[in-house]
Design a protein around this ligand. Structure first.
Ligand SMILES: Nc1ncnc2c1ncn2[C@@H]1O[C@H](COP(=O)(O)OP(=O)(O)OP(=O)(O)O)[C@@H](O)[C@H]1O
Ligand SMILES: [Mg+2]
Length: 141
């Protein structure tokens, strides 16, 4: 968040600590690997700290209001091409994982992602089997 004071611009940053349950340590590893690859783009959480069972990442805002989603279509398409370029499929791009802060769109939660040319992880209790492209088409009309 940027605040403008009379004499200075103040940057207020918030962090998120994501502590993984022991059985999900593979998800942590996947997420760390993905966030490192994606660190050259600006639409994904920044990795600030990595522990044995947790990560600290940037705070990337709130869920995009349904009625505002149309405004974020271009950024959603940008995100798709960045993922494509990076060789990463998010695989769980449901609405709650799209966040916005100050008009900027972010995609979070890479615990279930897959890397091009590698086996796709088996994820328990996967509700949907939609590709990232399909999610974007459904959410950002
Ligand atoms: N970088 C972030 N910025 C803002 N909110 C976040 C961020 N990371 C996580 N959250 C919040 O915490 C919730 C859970 O985070 P996340 O989806 O990464 O965890 P998860 O345990 O893998 O989730 P699930 O398995 O339920 O999909 C998110 O839906 C969101 O509300
Ligand atoms: Mg999640």
């Amino acid at each position: 968040m940027i605040r403008k004071g009379r004499r200075a611009i103040i940057e207020i940053s918030e962090k998120v600590k994501k502590i993984y349950r022991a059985v999900y340590i593979d998800d942590l590893k996947r997420e760390v690997r993905a966030l490192k690859i994606l660190s050259k783009y600006n639409h994904f959480p920044k990795l600030l700290e990595v522990g044995d069972n947790y990560i600290v990442i940037s705070y990337d805002g709130k869920i995009v209001n349904k009625k505002d989603r149309g405004n974020y279509k271009n950024q959603a398409l940008e995100i798709l091409s960045e993922l494509e370029e990076a060789g990463i499929e998010h695989r769980d791009a449901e609405s709650v994982h799209w966040r916005e802060i100050n008009g900027k769109l972010y995609l979070i939660d890479f615990g279930a992602c897959s890397f091009r040319g590698e086996d796709v992880p088996k994820i328990r209790k996967f509700k949907y089997k939609m590709t990232d492209r399909e999610w974007v088409d459904v959410l950002f009309k």
